[in-house]
Design a protein around this ligand. Structure first.
Ligand SMILES: Cc1ncc(COP(=O)(O)O)c(C=O)c1O
Length: 361
């Protein structure tokens, strides 16, 4: 399928300094758009970023039929630009669409959309530690009051020049405080926790807002089992270090299969760091934080990369301190960003070059 190019090329108004770009607020001047009508994807195109014209009864506005993805393009050490494992995001977008009763976007169309959107914004990709964040979205647009799947959809993608997700980590690894939620659950078995449905995020907004009042940048959710096992955070996965072993909850029906989580598990093994997929019951987590058996913890995801966790707080007012950023986190951060930015060999074939080095000099 050919993508029509109606974009308007405009260089950034000021130099893109990653330490000054607030995450999620700066938009590249063009977007990718494609409609699904009469059972077909139609008219894929790049065009200037503008508001949509949506019917007030569009199904997405009433019944939250919406999914999204997040991936990054990195300016490489040799000047080229590469996406990091975009096929994983295409697969997850497919799985999310199936779960939310939407027509899956073909992998080829998804990859072409994010690649072309990056290509036309090559001058909007900040240098390390910045990147161009890509946000593909799929929404049900048919006007209909009645709980059923839409027959029409909009697939679009935005590009955002980005610095650090957490202002606390603007020069690299950094660290944040995290509130452990014992009152709010994010997902339950049989729900949508393992896909990227927009509705998953809506239910976390209140507790995230409460957490901010306690100076916590994120919330750690526990599962609904009687043991209240550790699950993941509002927008990233979590890892711990115990006795030198990297521990992270396994992927199940309530946890999002993070691309960065998966990458870290592979890179840890390359680095000789033992790994174990295990979800701590809350009581065991608290005991091991108190005794010092857990020596490090960090958040991981496309937006956060790896961000150390300095304190874990409970809603009951307990506070557990951890050395952050810790040595294992630092080692993994260096190696992961090395692969993402082309500083270390890409042993697993994860980088997808979308702009060659020669076109930038
Ligand atoms: C709920 C949730 N968990 C985990 C992640 C991390 O996933 P990834 O590494 O693919 O960015 C994200 C971010 O997309 C997320 O929203």
């Amino acid at each position: 399928m050919t993508i029509q190019d109606l974009s308007q090329r405009r260089p950034p108004q000021a130099e893109l300094d990653p330490s000054k770009i607030a995450f999620g607020k700066m938009f590249a001047p063009n977007m990718f758009v494609c409609e699904y009508r009469e059972g077909q994807w139609q008219n894929p195109r790049l065009e200037p970023l503008a508001n949509f014209n949506l019917h007030p009864a569009a199904i997405v506005l009433h019944y939250a039929q919406a999914i999204f993805e997040g991936l990054k393009a990195f300016r490489q050490a040799d000047g080229s630009i590469a996406l990091f494992r975009p096929e994983k995001n295409a697969q997850r977008f497919h799985d999310s669409a199936v779960r939310m009763c939407m027509p899956p976007v073909p992998e080829e169309l998804f990859l072409a959309a994010v690649s072309e959107l990056t290509r036309i914004h090559e001058d909007h990709v900040p240098r390390e530690p910045g990147s161009l964040y890509l946000r593909p979205v799929l929404i049900g647009t048919e006007a209909c009051i009645g709980v059923r799947a839409s027959s029409e959809y909009l697939f679009y993608a935005l590009a955002l020049p980005s610095g650090a997700y957490f202002p606390e980590a603007k020069n690299g690894l950094g660290s944040v405080d995290v509130l452990i939620s014992e009152s709010v659950v994010r997902a339950a078995p049989g729900g949508t926790g393992n896909v990227k449905a927009a509705a998953n995020y809506a239910v976390t907004l209140k507790i995230i807002s409460d957490a901010k009042h306690q100076n916590c940048a994120q919330v750690l959710f526990l599962d609904v089992s009687p043991e209240h096992r550790v699950e993941e955070m509002g927008g990233m996965n979590i890892m711990f270090v115990e006795n030198g072993t990297l521990m992270t909850p396994p992927i199940n029906s309530t946890t999002l299969p993070g691309v960065v989580r998966d990458s870290i598990l592979v890179l840890a093994q390359d680095l000789g760091i033992p790994t174990r997929e295990f979800a701590y019951p809350a009581a065991e987590l608290f005991a091991k934080l108190k005794s010092g058996a857990i020596t490090e913890s960090f958040a991981c995801g496309t937006a956060a990369t790896i961000t150390g966790i300095a304190h874990l707080l409970t809603e009951r007012g307990e506070k557990f301190a951890l050395p952050a950023p810790g040595p294992v986190s630092e080692k993994l951060y260096k190696h992961l960003t090395g692969v993402q930015y082309g500083r270390v060999p890409d042993l697993h074939g994860w980088r997808r070059t979308v702009v060659e080095a020669h076109s930038l000099v």
